[in-house]
Design a protein around this ligand. Structure first.
Ligand SMILES: [Zn+2]
Length: 99
């Protein structure tokens, strides 16, 4: 999972890396280009990975970690920044999660 995101990040980062490479002459341009590409890959890969991991931890395979019963869906948010959130609660202890 992390590696997939990291590689997508590298591809996106390479665009910015290439811009840096074209704008800075010589070896410095190459180094800055590589650093920018890697930094973007790590940031993007790490960010997406952490987000996915946090969601998976909360979801806990669909079961409340306290009571081991299935989450009950009770709503969904409006789309905010392109991502829609769904809400679930536990019928036993009323723990709520937002995915
Ligand atoms: Zn519960």
């Amino acid at each position: 999972m992390f590696w997939v995101c990291f590689i997508i990040g590298l591809v996106l980062g390479s665009v910015f890396g290439a811009i840096a490479y074209w704008n800075i002459e010589g070896v410095k341009g190459v180094i800055v280009g590589i650093v920018v590409t890697l930094a973007f890959g790590l940031l993007f890969g790490g960010g997406v990975y952490l987000e996915a991991k946090t969601k998976a931890d909360k979801w806990n395979n669909g079961y409340c970690p306290n009571c081991n019963i299935h989450w009950t869906p009770y709503g969904a948010s409006d789309k905010t920044l392109g991502s829609k959130h769904k809400y679930y609660y536990c019928e036993e202890c009323y723990t709520e999660i937002e995915i």
